[in-house]
Design a protein around this ligand. Structure first.
Ligand code: FE
Length: 470
C-alpha cells in the first residue's frame, strides 16, 4: 500500500444481497496500523445472523457472515462452536478450515500459533514442507505484516473467517517459539526481543478481529477477556505468554524440581489470575470455559530411571499456578469448568484431578486439547509411545496425532466434543471424519466416550514426531 490514509466504508446488512443495510459508516485506514480498521458495531439484535462488507475507492470486499451472541443471561437450549490452533503454513494445506466452513457453527475459537515466525526450511515437517514462507525469519514489523498477509491470502482460511465470527488469542509463534514475557526462546531478556514482541503484538492486532481495547501500548497488549453466551457458557480467554515467569530449569522436557513446584512462580501473572478467579466465582454460565494455550493436565512422559519428564512450557512447569486454579474450582464449586487447549499439535482428552499425585482423587474439570490445523504435517493415528503415555496418566483418555479441529456442542445438560480429523494435509482436498466423541454431563466432569471411528483413509507411516517446537 502507498503511505497515505484511505477512507473505508463499511456496511452491515440483514441479508447476503445487502438489500437491507441496517448500519453503515466510514473509518480512516492509516498506514501506522497497516491500513487496518477495527469497526465496533453497537445496537445489533442478539442471537442472529448478519452480513458485512467494506468499500474503498472502487473496490468492494468479499462478504462476511457473522452472528451476534445471545442476550446476557438468556436461556439457550443449544450452541455449537469449533476451536483450532497451530497453522504452520509450510507444513500443509488449510483444508481443515474448508471443512470447518462447511459446518453450522455459532463461532470459532482460535488458541494461537496463527502464524509461524520461521524462515524457509527452518522448520521442516517430518514428511517435508508442501509450501514455503515468503521471507527469512520474521524480525521486523514489516516482516510480521508480510507474514500475516501470506497466511490471510489462503483461500481455506478466508472461507472460515467469512463464515463465522472468531474469538482469538495468541500463543508463542506469533512472536517467537516458547518465549516467556520478555524472555526470548534462548538467552536473557534483551531490548531486541522486547522490540520483536512490540512488533509482533502490533501486527497481530492489525490483522485480527480484536476490539480497540486490545490495541497494544508499546510492548504490552491486553487480550485476556471474558465473553458470555447467554446463560449457557462463559469463556475466559487467557494469555499464557505475556505475563509468565520464564520456563523452569531452562525449558524443554524435564523431571519435576523444586523450581517447578515453587508456588511463587506464575503462568498467568498475578493480575490475570485474580481476574480469572473473580470471574469464575461470579459466573452465571452453566459451562465455564478456559480458552487457553498450553497443556493443563499433568502429563508424565517416560524418562530415565523411572523419573517422568514433564513439559516446562506447559502448566506442568508451573505447579503452583495450576494448583491455585484447581483448588479454587473445587473449593468454590465452580460450575462445569472446561479447559480448551492448543499448542501440542495432537488431540487429547483429560480429566483434571483435584490432586495429580493421587490418581484416585476426584475430577474437578475437563480438558479438551485440539490438534493442529497443519503443524508437523500429516501425522498418524498413534505414536510409538501412545500406549505408555495413556497407561502412565490414567486421567488422560484419548490421543490422536492427525490434523484437524475440534467441534463442541453444548446444551444445559451436556457437552459433546467431536474430534474432527483429516487423513492428510500434504495434499489439498482431504475429507473430514469424527475420530472420536466424548460427552460430559452437567455436574460431572468425567469423560464418557460417545463413539470412536478408526482412521483408515491414509495408512502412510509417520516418522517419530519432533516436539521441541510446539
Ligand atoms: Fe504450534
Amino acid at each position: 500500500m502507498p503511505g497515505g490514509e484511505v477512507s473505508v466504508r463499511w456496511e452491515v446488512a440483514n441479508d447476503e444481497s445487502f438489500r437491507r443495510v441496517i448500519q453503515e459508516g466510514a473509518e480512516t485506514a492509516r498506514p501506522e496500523l497497516a491500513h487496518s480498521i477495527h469497526v465496533e458495531v453497537d445496537g445489533l439484535e442478539p442471537g442472529r445472523e448478519y452480513f458485512y462488507r467494506f468499500k474503498a475507492g472502487s473496490e468492494i470486499s468479499p462478504i462476511g457472515r457473522t452472528k451476534t451472541a445471545p442476550a446476557a443471561g438468556a436461556s439457550i437450549s443449544e450452541m455449537t462452536f469449533a476451536f483450532a490452533s497451530c497453522q504452520q503454513y509450510e507444513h500443509g494445506y488449510f483444508t481443515a478450515y474448508r471443512r470447518m466452513a462447511e459446518e453450522d457453527l455459532d463461532f470459532v475459537v482460535h488458541l494461537g500459533d496463527y502464524i509461524y515466525e520461521y524462515g524457509t526450511l527452518e522448520d521442516v515437517a517430518p514428511n517435508g514442507n508442501v509450501r514455503a514462507h515468503n521471507s527469512p525469519r520474521v524480525r521486523t514489523l514489516e516482516d510480521f505484516r508480510d507474514r500475516y498477509a501470506l497466511y490471510r491470502s489462503d483461500e481455506d482460511l478466508r472461507a472460515a473467517h467469512a463464515a463465522f465470527p472468531w474469538i482469538l488469542t495468541w500463543d508463542d509463534h506469533e512472536a517467537e517459539n516458547n518465549y516467556a514475557d520478555e524472555f526470548p526462546e534462548n538467552g536473557p531478556k534483551s531490548d531486541a526481543f522486547v522490540q520483536r514482541r512490540t512488533d509482533a503484538y502490533q501486527a497481530y492486532y492489525e490483522h485480527m478481529p480484536l476490539r480497540r481495547s486490545s490495541m497494544p501500548q508499546g510492548p504490552n497488549a491486553t487480550i485476556y477477556r471474558r465473553l458470555s453466551y447467554g446463560g449457557l457458557a462463559e469463556f475466559n480467554v487467557l494469555d499464557t505468554r505475556q505475563y509468565r515467569d520464564n520456563q523452569a530449569d531452562g525449558d524443554g522436557k524435564k523431571p519435576p524440581t523444586p523450581e517447578t513446584r515453587d508456588s511463587d512462580r506464575t503462568l498467568l501473572g498475578e493480575e490475570q489470575e485474580r481476574w480469572l478467579l473473580d470471574g469464575l466465582a461470579s459466573s452465571g454460565g452453566r459451562w465455564n470455559v478456559l480458552a487457553q494455550q498450553v497443556f493443563f493436565a499433568r502429563s508424565d512422559k517416560p524418562g530415565t530411571f523411572g523419573v517422568p519428564l514433564r513439559d516446562m512450557d506447559a502448566w506442568d512447569g508451573y505447579d503452583g499456578s495450576r494448583d491455585r486454579i484447581v483448588d479454587f474450582m473445587a473449593r468454590r464449586s465452580v460450575e462445569n469448568p472446561v479447559v480448551l487447549t492448543g499448542n501440542v499439535h495432537a488431540n487429547w482428552a483429560n480429566e483434571i484431578l483435584a490432586d495429580f499425585d493421587d490418581p484416585d482423587s476426584p475430577a474437578i474439570a475437563t480438558e479438551f486439547v485440539g490438534t493442529s490445523i497443519t503443524s508437523i504435517g500429516d501425522g498418524a493415528d498413534v505414536q510409538p509411545d501412545t500406549a505408555k503415555t495413556l497407561a502412565d496418566n490414567s486421567y488422560i483418555k484419548f490421543f490422536n496425532d492427525r490434523r484437524g479441529y475440534v467441534r463442541c456442542r453444548l446444551t444445559p445438560d451436556s457437552w459433546q466434543t467431536d474430534y474432527r480429523v483429516l487423513p492428510y494435509v500434504s495434499e489439498p482436498g482431504a475429507p473430514v471424519i469424527t475420530r472420536a466423541s466424548f460427552v460430559v454431563e452437567n455436574g460431572d466432569p468425567r469423560l464418557r466416550m460417545a463413539g470412536e471411528e478408526p482412521e483408515a483413509t491414509d495408512t502412510r507411516v509417520s516418522p517419530e514426531v519432533e516436539t521441541s517446537r510446539i
